[in-house]
Design a protein around this ligand. Structure first.
Ligand SMILES: [Zn+2]
Length: 111
């Protein structure tokens, strides 16, 4: 039987809950239940709080902040904005200043 993405989420939730539950000697009642497909994971209050904090603290590894020009969230590895095409941040400012001073070798006298 194949291990589905849903199974992986359920396993991760159960492992997460077990890690938090280990700190409470007197486990309380489940206050929430997360359903993934046919499966359900019951969560006690400390687990709900920890899971909420973990989800809010998550930062996608592709998140490089927002563009200085348009505020778009999609900066590439070189901090160039996928929305407006402008380089962002101090590096982007340096690039723009260098590009403004650039003279093509063909435009130089004697070329
Ligand atoms: Zn932009």
């Amino acid at each position: 039987m194949a291990f589905s993405a849903g199974d992986e989420v359920v396993l991760a939730l159960r492992e997460f809950a077990a890690r938090i539950d280990a700190y409470d000697p007197l486990p309380g009642p489940a206050v929430a239940e997360i359903h993934v497909g046919e499966q359900a994971v019951a969560l006690r209050a400390p687990v709900v709080q920890a899971l909420t904090e973990a989800l809010r603290a998550y930062q996608d590894p592709r998140d490089r902040g927002t563009c200085d020009h348009c505020g778009g969230p999609r900066l590439d590895d070189n901090f160039v904005c996928a929305d407006c095409g402008q380089p962002s941040g101090v590096f982007g400012q340096l690039l723009r200043e260098r590009a403004a001073r650039f003279e093509s070798p063909d435009a130089l006298p004697g070329a």
